[in-house]
Write a new protein. Structure first.
Length: 239
C-alpha cells in the first residue's frame, strides 16, 4: 500500500510539480489549495504525512498545524520561506516534524519525507509499555503519564521523552538526542527548549527538576523522584 501524502499549498504550480514528482517516486498524493480544504482531506483520508505551506490564504499554516495536532499525531513537514529561529521554534512547539525551506529541490523533499517516516517506523517497532520511575509510556498509543497523571505531549515531546526513558537513567548526550528526535535537523538550543517544555509538563516544580536532570557539559538523564517537594541535589547534575 502506497504512503499517502497530503500536500497543502496555494501555489498551483508547486502542487502540480511536487505532486507529480512524489507520484513518480511511489507516493500517493492528495492536495489542497488552502487550509480549510486541507483539514477536510486530513479528517476524511487520514494521510500518512502532511506537507504544509506556512503562507496560506485565510487560515495560515500555523493554525492548520495546530488543528491537525488536535486530530492526530500524523507527521507534518512545513514548507516555508521563513528561516528565522523563532519561526522554526514556533513550528516545533506546535509539533512539526521537519522544515523544508523554499526554494528546495524535489530530491531533498523526498529525502526529508523518507527520513521522517523512517524515524516514525523505528519508534513504532517498540510495542507495549516502557517505564522509568514514575514515568510510563505506551509506545503503541503514543501516550505518556507520570505518577498516574496523563500527559498532553506533542509528537516531538513524546519522542524526546521516549529517548530519555529508554536509557533508564543513563546520560543522553545532546547530540544523540538531536539525531534521534530530529534527525540532525536541529541543534542543542532546540533540545534545551524542548527539555524545558517537558519539565513544565512533568515536574512538580520545573525550576527545581527532579525527573529530567541536566548533566552539565554532557546532556540529560532521568531521575526517579520523588516528584513532590523535591530536595535540591549537589553535584554537576543538580538541575
Amino acid at each position: 500500500m502506497k504512503t499517502r501524502i497530503l500536500l497543502i499549498d496555494d501555489d498551483k504550480t508547486l502542487l502540480t510539480l511536487v505532486g507529480q514528482y512524489l507520484r513518480e517516486n511511489g507516493f500517493a498524493v492528495i492536495d489542497a489549495p488552502d487550509g480549510h480544504q486541507g483539514l477536510r482531506l486530513a479528517y476524511n483520508d487520514h494521510p500518512d504525512l502532511v506537507l504544509l505551506d506556512v503562507m496560506l490564504p485565510g487560515m495560515d499554516g500555523w493554525e492548520v498545524c495546530a488543528r491537525l495536532r488536535e486530530l492526530s499525531d500524523m507527521p507534518i513537514i512545513m514548507i516555508t520561506a521563513k528561516t528565522t529561529e523563532a519561526d522554526k521554534l514556533r513550528g516545533f512547539r506546535l509539533g512539526v516534524d521537519d522544515y523544508v525551506t523554499k526554494p528546495f529541490s524535489f530530491a531533498e523533499l523526498v529525502a526529508r519525507i523518507q527520513a521522517v517516516l523512517g524515524r516514525l517506523r523505528t519508534t513504532l517497532k517498540d510495542v507495549g509499555y516502557v517505564a522509568h520511575g514514575e514515568i510510563l509510556l505506551d509506545l503503541e498509543k503514543y501516550q505518556a503519564s507520570v505518577n498516574g497523571r496523563r500527559l498532553d505531549l506533542t509528537p516531538t515531546e513524546f519522542r524526546l521523552l521516549a529517548a530519555l526513558v529508554h536509557r533508564q537513567g543513563k546520560v543522553a548526550l545532546e547530540k544523540d538526542l538531536v539525531k534521534e528526535v530530529w534527525g540532525d535537523r536541529a541543534d542543542s538550543a532546540l533540545v534545551r527548549r524542548y527539555i524545558l517544555l517537558l519539565r513544565k509538563k512533568l515536574e512538580g516544580d520545573p525550576s527545581s527538576p527532579v525527573l529530567i536532570r541536566t548533566v552539565r557539559g554532557y546532556g540529560y538523564r532521568l531521575g526517579t523522584g520523588p516528584l513532590r517537594n523535591p530536595e535540591p541535589e549537589g553535584g554537576p547534575d543538580s538541575k
